[in-house]
Ligand binder design. Structure first.
Ligand code: PLP
Length: 382
């Protein structure tokens, strides 16, 4: 055999991140049942670390009809990967390459008159979504600028310089349906749509809801929902059983016995209270295991939870194996869907005092990724 045959084998001897596209398929179908509107699959940040092209293809095969990303670069990468579904890109600087966006058949969100002017200057065929700030003081046009933006867009449309195909907003507190900020956002979006209509615009796509609002508040659905986190099994509202799609495993590099009083790792933040056996895992914060979870995190070893001890360092972590007679080379599960008792991404988020989104988007580039294909929808029971 050639060296080429050896390379993959040595590569998979280390930590492995498996992406289960069947989970993405099931999640997508759940969202298409939750709303009568369209589902736009949000695959920004490499589909939350799950692989943009694979997640996009899977979502489109299971009921999503459009794709959404932040930057034009992400949108064009989808085109390069061979995806030809409608794509919306919503976060770009004023002097972005609008002509290339149009050439790539990418729809773009417009949060300001400066953006509108730059787009009209660069191309006459843009399909745009006007973006209203519905209460985050972040992206989107401020309400005070909305009417002028709508009028300017309508004027450009009448001159044949662009087409306004959508109006979008985004909710800042939708993970807590009881928060009053949601009603404010809904009201502001309804007002924004009316202003757009009054200006003579007829946006076919009207979208406010992301994962959380789609799951908890039908009043936010309008004609479509932008679903990102939910596709990969993250439910910020904790109301719905979604399917997590990632499993991270790593082999033990070695196992050693230590005496009571042995300090472990940088700073000796953990000292063995009794004689024990320690296993070394070749994953650390460079791979996305937050250092902030040190002292709390656990892994699954031979079907049992075992604590990581001492500080998680850049490239490695140490697990207290207790009396488990594990040997080097055995595989340990760092997180997974949780079906077999392994920790979940949600637990890792809690241990690190962050959200699941940050864990999955922070996984390191050197993890060996494998993708488990979704079977075709026709073969799967719904
Ligand atoms: C990321 C993002 C989404 C997707 O949100 P999820 O909660 O992950 O579904 C939708 N809209 C905008 C503007 C976003 O930035």
């Amino acid at each position: 055999m050639t060296a080429l045959a050896i390379a993959p084998r040595s590569a998979i001897a280390g930590p492995r991140l498996a992406v289960d596209l069947a989970a993405v398929a099931a999640n997508t179908r759940l969202f298409t049942r939750r709303t009568p509107g369209e589902v736009i699959a949000v695959v920004k940040a490499d589909a939350f670390g799950h692989g943009a092209a694979g997640v996009a293809r899977t979502a489109l095969a299971n009921g999503a009809v459009r794709l959404g990303v932040t930057s034009l670069e992400e949108a064009l990468a989808l085109r390069t990967a061979g995806l030809d579904a409608p794509v919306l890109s919503w976060l770009n600087v004023v002097d972005a390459d609008w002509a290339t966006a149009v050439a790539g058949d990418v729809e773009v969100a417009v949060p300001s008159r400066d953006h509108l002017e730059a787009i009209v200057h660069a191309t006459t065929r843009a399909r745009i979504h006007l973006h209203l700030d519905t209460g985050m003081a972040r992206d989107g046009a401020a309400p005070t600028e909305w009417a002028a933006l709508c009028r300017a867009a309508r004027l450009a449309e009448r001159r044949g310089l662009l087409q306004v195909v959508g109006v979008m907003g985004h909710l800042g507190c939708a993970d807590d349906p009881a928060d009053a900020c949601n009603a404010t956002g809904r009201t502001r979006f309804a007002w924004g749509l009316q202003v757009a209509l009054d200006a003579g615009l007829r946006p076919q796509q009207r979208h406010l809801a992301a994962t959380a609002a789609t799951l908890t508040d039908p009043r936010t659905h309008h004609t479509m929902s932008r679903i990102g986190a939910g596709l990969v099994g993250i439910d910020p509202t904790r109301t719905t059983d979604l399917h997590p799609a990632l499993t991270l495993t790593a082999p033990l590099v070695g196992v050693r016995s230590v005496r009571a009083g042995t300090g472990v790792g940088y700073g000796h933040t953990w000292v063995a209270p009794a004689a024990t056996r320690l296993g070394l895992l070749p994953v650390g914060y460079a791979d996305g295991l937050p250092r902030a979870s040190s002292g709390r995190a656990e892994v699954l070893v031979r079907g049992r939870r075992r604590p990581l001890v001492g500080r998680i360092s850049m490239d490695m972590a140490v697990v207290d194996l207790g009396d488990e007679s594990v040997t080097g080379g055995e595989t340990v599960t760092i997180f997974g869907p949780g079906h077999d008792g392994e920790p979940t991404v949600r637990e890792w988020a809690e241990w690190s005092e962050t959200i699941e989104h940050e864990i999955v988007t922070g996984l390191g580039a050197r993890l060996h990724r494998t993708t488990l294909a979704a079977t075709t929808p026709a073969l799967r029971s719904l």
